[in-house]
Design a protein around this ligand. Structure first.
Ligand code: PSU
Ligand code: MN
Length: 313
């Protein structure tokens, strides 16, 4: 574990697990506040923690609360995040200094959660889908800070691929540029969030958590940043590709018509797609993120079981 950190509040259970070298999994909070509606968001946030515990790891949901970086939340804090919903600031890397300086609270994106996890000594993090290069980015320049965080911060992010609202080909190009290995679990191709296969190859297929843990160790011994571990949504929860693409096209057109952009775009698209699919996309999202929490716990257990010859890795 790193030295005590003046900016960070570690939940006691997370601190003890870290000090004893036991497995810990970081979870994000924008998914809870902005990614899902009440009350499914609270149910899902609790279910993710339960999935991690059931597989022998300690969950650490991350957020900014009253100007403090937090890794691991009390039940009342988790509920407040879920109830706050989109009224809370969505906090990515650039937002953290401003929230800290004001003593304010925010729900952390993949990027900001990676920052907190790394400070807390947590190496494995589960989410639904990362942000990436938006469609139309060559004109809008909308490239998620999640990708640049993966470039620099040594955490393995377990997801169901970049969200399908994005340009997946360009997202893979940026990940390659920044040296982020993209691993498939049970797949040779990149999953596309609500569907199992984007058609783009992953860099390696590693089905065993121990093999993923060894890739993490090698990445960090090389001085590298993050790794992206992708797992397809289970077949019984996957949506038909045509339904997903039609809903995405409609949601993107609605965003353009209403002038929605910047940090509001991803939450707008997810909510609009949930409406357009009659809730199917939300049910799929919940199923895939729960599966990712289970996989992340297995990877965290494999990571904890590896011989760590030096303190860094
Ligand atoms: N995954 C989900 N739902 C979400 C998100 C991810 O299943 O709501 C959030 C994550 O917090 C991710 C953010 O970091 O969307 C990306 O937002 P942007 O494109 O503005 O960087
Ligand atoms: Mn953006």
């Amino acid at each position: 574990m790193p030295a005590p950190d003046a900016l960070l509040d570690l939940h006691p259970e997370v601190a003890t697990a870290g000090a004893e070298g036991r497995p810990v999994v970081a979870l994000e909070s924008t998914l809870v506040s902005h990614g899902m509606p009440w009350p499914q968001n609270l149910e899902t946030a609790r279910a993710l923690e339960d999935e991690v515990r059931a597989r022998g790891a300690v969950p650490a949901t991350c957020a900014v609360l009253d100007g403090r970086l937090c890794a691991g939340l009390a039940p009342a804090q988790l509920e407040a995040l879920a109830r706050g919903g989109p009224a809370l600031p969505k906090a990515s890397r650039r937002d953290l200094p401003l929230l800290l300086a004001r003593g304010a609270s925010g729900a952390t994106t993949v990027a900001a959660t990676m920052m907190i996890a790394a400070r807390a000594g947590i190496r494995v993090f589960a989410t639904g889908g990362i942000g990436g290069v938006h469609r139309g980015a060559p004109a809008s320049f909308d490239v998620s800070a999640d990708l640049l965080e993966l470039a620099r911060t040594p955490v393995a992010v377990v997801c169901a691929g970049p969200k399908a609202i994005l340009d997946l080909g360009l997202t893979l190009e940026v990940l390659e540029t920044h040296g982020v290995p993209v691993i498939g679990v049970g797949t040779d191709t990149l999953p596309a969030f609500w569907t199992r296969d984007s058609g783009f190859p992953v860099d390696a297929r590693l089905d065993e958590p121990a093999d993923i843990a060894r890739a993490m160790q090698a990445q960090w011994r090389l001085g590298g940043g993050g790794l992206l571990v992708t797992q397809p949504i289970a077949a019984e929860h996957a949506l038909p590709r045509a339904q997903v693409e039609a809903a995405i096209d409609q949601a993107l057109a609605d965003a353009r018509a209403q002038g929605v952009g910047g940090k509001a775009l991803t939450p707008f698209l997810l909510a609009r797609i949930a409406t357009l699919t009659g809730g199917d996309s939300l049910r799929g999202n919940i199923a895939l993120v729960r599966a990712n929490a289970r996989l992340a716990a297995a990877i965290a257990c494999a990571w904890a079981a590896l011989p760590h010859e030096d303190t860094a890795c």
